[in-house]
Ligand binder design. Structure first.
Ligand code: TXA
Ligand code: MG
Length: 417
């Protein structure tokens, strides 16, 4: 069950990680680190001053609780034990045992009661009597937590309201000058945050869809009846803010996002869409599947026919430099789809119109992996608006997490075109 990990401190990377760990232990300025979902902004969860440093760096409202990251079950049990617990009784509630066995380390966060006399800084839970815990599966994350030997409170390492960071350069872009250190592990594997589940109430509930889909969760004994959100009205009162953080704007790039949930009938051209948006200079287009051939293909063709097409391939994403520690993550980084924004210039009369076209599909895992990065890439192109093609979230997998993020990011939502 628990594993052992030894850090080779004779290498530069080992030394760097040791430095990051000691900073976590002592400093009140948070450390950014990779997880398999998104980059986290970590601090020692037992020290108030350190946890406050997270809210300060992110400019995050302090009533939005943080997830506590642990590297072993032993560490979690230590955190859950109070003077009243007897050593024979496992402080991790029974309902979570199978779930943990199945999905940890991995992208699922479980809600636990804050024990009497808890060592957790009150700022972690934002005053709630429960806290979220998760064991990430990224090796650098595990090594960092293990070496620091403290539970690590960490939200996503973006500036509050912005898309979550899925590469070290995203963190740098948002938080440069506000933090001292980023542990660079290359692009994240999953690309959307962990699924947050509450098994303390019946039926068990998913508070935030994420990296592990509901269908998979439902296959675990005790979790067959899992619901999305709380269905029991008695739990929805003012006194119980069940899914904190919900009221805040989230995942939003600078440009307004228009989400097209489903495309039926005749497919519109990018130009039609830009007219709908009332913009006439540039638009970003994030395609997931339907638009793979149409209509942008059409647009490109006709632009090329007229000799107007100028296509430029712009690689984005983190620069994964060679080093032994980072090499541990090569394997997860290799299937990160290279993200390209293709520039398509359209001229109509005296109007010049640019489409920055990104395709992150066609499968939902790729869409999840590339989504935040695509939104950030288009922001850097300074587009006037971003049109995103939705994915079908009937499937109960990671598509639900993708659509959840997109619905929060979008200002304009179209059921259908
Ligand atoms: O994948 C992830 O979960 C990433 C990486 C860094 O681990 N972390 C992350 O943290 O997404 P953050 O702070 O961006 O989102 C944490 C969310 C809160 O907004 C809230 O919805 C939920 O987790 N949460 C935390 N504690 C909770 C609690 N006691 N009860 C209910 N929900 C809680
Ligand atoms: Mg976040």
């Amino acid at each position: 069950e628990d594993w052992d990990l030894k850090l080779d401190t004779t290498t530069q990377d080992g030394k760097d990680l040791e430095l990051a760990a000691s900073s976590l232990k002592k400093s009140d300025v948070p450390v950014a680190f990779p997880t398999e979902t998104v980059y986290g902004l970590g601090a020692d969860a037992t020290r108030s001053a350190a946890v406050k440093g997270i809210y300060r760096a992110k400019q995050r409202p302090s009533d939005n609780p943080l997830i506590v990251h642990i590297a072993s079950l032993k560490q979690l049990r230590r955190l859950l034990s109070s003077s009243e617990t007897t050593p024979e009784v496992d402080p991790i509630p029974q309902i979570y045992h199978q779930l943990i066995k199945r999905f940890w380390p991995g992208p699922i966060t479980i809600i636990l009661p804050v024990p009497e006399g808890s060592k957790l800084a009150p700022e972690v839970t934002a005053g709630l009597r429960t806290f979220g815990a998760r064991m990430p599966r990224n090796l650098l994350a595990l090594a960092l937590i293990k070496t620091a030997d403290v539970p690590v409170a960490a939200p996503s390492a973006n500036a509050s309201t912005k898309p979550s960071p899925t590469a070290a350069e995203h963190v740098r872009y948002d938080l440069d000058g506000r933090i001292e250190m980023i542990v660079d592990g290359g692009p994240c594997d999953v690309g959307v945050e962990s699924t947050v589940v509450d098994g303390l109430n019946s039926p068990p509930a998913i508070l935030r869809p994420g990296g592990i889909g509901i269908d998979l969760i439902k296959t675990v004994p005790g979790w067959e009846n899992t619901v999305v959100g709380y269905h029991d009205v008695s739990l929805k009162g003012d006194a119980a803010p069940r899914a904190p953080g919900m009221k805040y704007r989230h995942y939003a790039p600078k440009a307004p996002v228009m989400l097209v949930e489903a495309i039926g009938g005749k497919q519109p051209s990018a130009l039609d869409l830009s007219r709908q948006l009332g913009t006439n200079s540039s638009v970003g287009l994030v395609r997931t599947k339907t638009w793979k051939r149409m209509p942008v293909g059409e647009v490109i063709e006709s632009a090329e026919d007229q000799g107007l097409g100028s296509m430029e391939l712009t690689p984005s994403g983190a620069d994964i430099s060679a080093s032994p520690l980072k090499a541990m993550l090569r394997e997860s980084a290799y299937h990160q789809k290279q993200l390209h924004a293709e520039e398509v210039i359209i001229e109509e009369g005296d109007k010049r119109f640019i489409v920055w076209d990104v395709c992150i599909g066609p499968d939902t895992a790729s869409v999840a992996r590339g989504l935040f990065s695509a939104l950030r890439e288009l922001d850097r192109k300074d587009v006037d608006a971003i049109i995103v093609e939705g994915v079908d979230d009937e499937e109960g997998d990671i598509a639900a997490a993708v659509m959840n993020r997109l619905r929060k990011a979008a200002e304009i939502k179209l059921e259908q075109l």
